[in-house]
Design a protein around this ligand. Structure first.
Ligand code: TTP
Ligand code: MG
Ligand code: MG
Length: 369
């Protein structure tokens, strides 16, 4: 069963917001990022009598508008280099709160277009719009409808937020995203399933998401420049050279990507528990098991970058009688040492309180931030 996936990404997001807020910037190069000139040094006249300046600012470019990009300025470039490339640009600090606020509003608009919505970053999201496929029309016609749909969405965002975006449509997330990249800025590109092959083959290998400069360099040594060349390498060869990435590279080169659009998962709490093979009072077994549970929970907290406020220890006795003990901290924390100390105290209370055999122990952390 075919799918239609839409990808949308705002154009030069931070810088475009600054342009919107300051219409006088329009048409001029704008660079958002670290301050290039905290200790601006003026040397007066240079050897040929010209004025010379030196930028000593550290930090990097967050983004630049397309006027500044003409000078070679791009995201993640040292700000001092951006200054050298384009000293006349308007350099602005990052006003993150404003961009977050705008992002929120844009995502609210996009979300309304399909329940299958996945936000990937501040300015980027996927929508699964396969519902546009119906049995009475061909896949081609359905993609036509998808194009109209995308035009409406782009227009809506522009009308509400006065910001341009670029949209890509394809049979999966990979192709949709690559179509966006190709159509930037203020573009819309639809790649129907029958056009995937011709779309991909002439593209440079570095345009394939997942192939960075290092991987590209290794491939170029094998005379692989574009995706068509990449397809000459067998799956085994790619696996041998790049491991698991090799397998996905093989699939991506052929436009294959089965990943689905994941609606946001709201994680309210993280918990793990363990049922003993035999009900027990052996404190060594109980604490060793509990240590494992604590580590698993901490790992998950770390992966999701969560702070927690409440910890709950669960204890189920022989005969299924279940009790919990909780502690709530005043402020959310990610201090695992405190977590370990406190949950062990709670567990110890259980052990001291009742002489019963224990069937299960568990740990849950909640009030996550
Ligand atoms: P992007 O969507 O990657 O870039 P962009 O919106 O500035 O430009 P494009 O038209 O090519 O989409 O990133 C979105 C915002 O995230 C960007 O405006 C600033 C921020 N960002 C950084 O702060 N550092 C970075 O290295 C990148 C890539 C982005
Ligand atoms: Mg963007
Ligand atoms: Mg983006």
């Amino acid at each position: 069963m075919g799918r239609i996936i839409l990808h949308i990404d705002m154009d030069y997001f931070f810088a475009q917001i600054e342009e919107r807020e300051n219409p006088q910037f329009k048409g001029k190069p704008v660079v958002v990022g670290a301050d290039p000139t905290p200790e601006q040094v003026r040397y007066g006249a240079g050897p040929k009598g010209e004025k010379m300046m030196r930028a000593t600012g550290r930090g990097v470019v967050s983004t630049a508008n397309y006027e500044a990009r003409k000078y070679g300025v791009h995201s993640a470039m040292p700000i001092s280099q951006a200054w050298r490339l384009c000293p006349d640009a308007i350099f602005l600090p990052v006003n993150f709160e404003l961009y977050e606020e705008v992002s929120e509003k844009i995502m609210q608009i996009i979300k309304k277009y399909s329940p299958l919505f996945e936000q990937v970053s501040l300015d980027e999201a996927f929508l699964d719009i396969s519902f546009l496929i119906d049995s009475t029309s061909s896949l081609q016609e359905s993609f036509q409808k998808a194009k109209k749909f995308a035009e409406k969405l782009k227009e809506k965002i522009f009308q509400k937020e006065k910001l341009t975006s670029t949209t890509g449509i394809g049979p999966n997330k990979l192709i949709a995203k690559m179509a966006t990249n190709k159509a930037k800025p203020n573009g819309l590109l639809v790649i129907t399933p029958n056009r995937v092959k011709n779309f991909l083959e002439p593209l440079d290998i570095e345009e394939l998401p997942g192939i960075g400069p290092k991987t590209a360099e290794r491939l170029r040594q094998l005379q692989i420049q574009n995706i068509k060349d990449l397809k000459k390498l067998s799956k085994t060869k790619l696996q041998d050279s790049f491991g698991k990435t090799g397998t996905t590279m093989y699939e991506k080169a052929r436009g294959i990507d089965e990943n689905s659009v994941n609606p946001e998962k709201i994680i309210k709490s993280i918990g793990k528990e363990h049922t003993f093979e035999k009900d027990t009072r052996d404190s060594q077994i109980i604490f060793e098991t509990f240590d494992r549970i604590i580590n698993e929970v901490c790992q998950e907290l770390l992966e999701n970058k969560f702070n927690f406020k409440t910890i709950t220890v669960i204890c189920r006795y022989h005969g299924f009688e279940t009790h919990t003990k909780s502690k709530t901290f005043k402020k959310a924390t990610q201090n695992f040492e405190i977590l370990k100390k406190e949950v062990k105290k709670l567990l110890l209370k259980f052990l001291l309180e009742k002489p019963k055999l224990i069937r299960l122990v568990g740990l849950r952390v909640s009030s996550l931030e």
